[in-house]
Write a protein that binds this ligand. Structure first.
Ligand code: DGY
Length: 325
């Protein structure tokens, strides 16, 4: 059995896998386009892919032996799920193990932007701190304010739990059939949710329905002085519109871990004190990234021995089957 892995992964999971399968790890750090990805995966039985690897229908069609694409991420927007389904290829992701780390980073961003940590750090390094003053670097308090959360899945709920500990009111989207949530949140239609959110944090997957969910009209429904936090996927926000709503003072700040055209950042966001930027590091702890590798490998191992993988997103050929006919 051959497994193609598009990057070296933290931890020892790949070493364990190498004891059972032939493991090919890509060492270059350049991004793969579909042709290069198909070329790299080639005749492999399984692929472990990163969130920016474009697993298109053509890639799947070019890799005839592929039985599983184990994405090293919870998001699977880089994969043509319909094409995988049609071809009987399993797709798996890495949920749960990254929930707390990502929620921690969302809260790092919330606290960092509302308490102006970037500006304080720059002030200290530039030797501009002249002593305590009553009006120095006033930020925004969170207690009693509303934290709006779009995407009340594992990560959204973990962010809500932290929000409750910080004394915030939690609100999320009303949905058909959703009568209450754990932790408890006010359930509001999108427009009302936006209008109520002093801080809005995004935790939804990127789908055709969530692309540019925060366009200019929706950004302007947020209260003047609101903050936007994104640790989900960049294209959920129209970055040009975000830059405009910050520039004209409608929003008080934005803190982003993900970008519309990653790894690029809209130039209108780059040189602003009211924007805090991180390089897609929501799950970036040693513990979490190792656990993600363990889970990706566990998914591959299961499929290669004909078992159901632990965290399927798309069900492939039935366990026991030896790939496509
Ligand atoms: C994911 O898993 O989808 C994150 O964006 C990276 O861990």
């Amino acid at each position: 059995m051959e497994v193609a892995v598009t990057a070296a992964l933290p931890g020892s999971a790949l070493d364990r896998l190498a004891a059972r399968a032939q493991v090919r790890v890509r060492r270059e750090r350049t991004r793969l386009d579909p042709v290069a990805l198909a070329d790299f995966v080639g005749e492999a039985d399984a692929a472990i892919t990163l969130l920016a690897d474009p697993v298109t229908g053509d890639v799947l069609a070019s890799c005839p032996k592929l039985r599983i694409v184990a994405n090293y991420a919870v998001g699977v927007d880089n994969i043509d799920l319909e094409a995988a389904r049609a071809r009987g290829v399993w797709v798996t992701n890495t949920p749960d193990v990254l929930t707390e780390a990502t929620a921690d980073l969302a809260w790092t961003l919330i606290l960092g932007i509302t308490r102006r940590v970037l500006e304080g750090d720059a002030m200290m390094r530039e030797g501009c701190f002249e002593g305590w003053r009553p009006d120095l670097l006033l930020g925004t308090g969170l207690q009693g304010k509303t934290l709006g959360i779009i995407g009340y899945g594992r990560i959204g709920r973990a962010v809500a739990r932290r929000g409750i500990a910080f004394g915030m009111e939690i609100a999320t989207l009303a949905r058909p059939g959703r009568t209450r949530t754990d932790p408890p949140a006010r359930l509001l239609p999108l427009e009302e949710l936006l209008a109520a959110s002093d801080v809005l944090s995004l935790h939804c997957p990127l789908t055709p329905g969530t692309r540019h969910l925060l366009d200019e009209a929706h950004l302007r429904l947020l209260p003047r002085g609101a903050f936007v936090i994104n640790t989900a996927r960049g294209p959920v926000i129209d970055e040009a519109a975000l830059a405009r709503t910050l520039a004209d003072g409608h929003l008080a700040g934005a803190a982003l871990d993900v970008y519309e055209n990653e790894p690029e950042v809209h130039p209108g966001l780059l040189r602003r004190n009211d924007v805090l930027l991180m390089p897609h590091a929501g799950s970036a702890t040693v513990e979490t990234r190792s656990a993600m590798a363990d889970l990706a490998v566990a998914n591959v191992e299961a499929v290669l021995v004909g078992k159901e993988p632990p965290t399927p997103v798309v069900r492939g050929k039935a366990p026991g089957s030896k790939g496509r006919e």
